[in-house]
Design a protein around this ligand. Structure first.
Ligand SMILES: [Zn+2]
Length: 129
């Protein structure tokens, strides 16, 4: 069975693609987090920029660097370790995650507690806290 990059047992089409096409479809901070991980896997810089809060939004150059890096690694998995708030009724929340990848140097892990907020009526990633 095909699973989405984010680890959900659904195809990309039935999972993160829906959010990549319409960011307002992410009803929770975790859904937005998963869609961003999948965007890293697919090196989708436009979505990564769009899904970050305006005040922390990367520049075009920074996005390009992120994409080059994202393409250079092999993404293994995303694990959601802990969440607080970030549900439909909330306007902010946190998601602690662990993303595993391989690069030329071996296995790498990104572990971060991320802050998410609603901006213009939908969830966005703000920054690591
Ligand atoms: Zn997904």
């Amino acid at each position: 069975m095909t699973t989405c990059n984010c680890g959900n047992e659904k195809s990309y089409t039935a999972c993160c693609e829906i959010i990549h096409n319409d960011i307002t479809k992410a009803q929770t901070a975790v859904q937005l987090m998963r869609s961003r991980y999948t965007a890293f896997c697919r090196a989708d810089g436009a979505y990564l920029a769009k899904s970050q809060a305006e005040k922390f939004r990367p520049t075009v150059l920074e996005t390009e660097e992120t994409i080059q890096w994202a393409k250079s690694v092999t993404w293994v998995k995303l694990e959601i370790l802990e969440t607080s708030d970030g549900l439909e009724k909330d306007s902010r929340g946190t998601v602690t995650f662990k993303a595993t990848y391989f690069d030329a140097g071996g296995m790498g892990i990104i572990e971060e507690k991320s802050l998410f907020e609603k901006e213009n009526g939908h969830w966005v990633y703000v920054t690591g806290i």
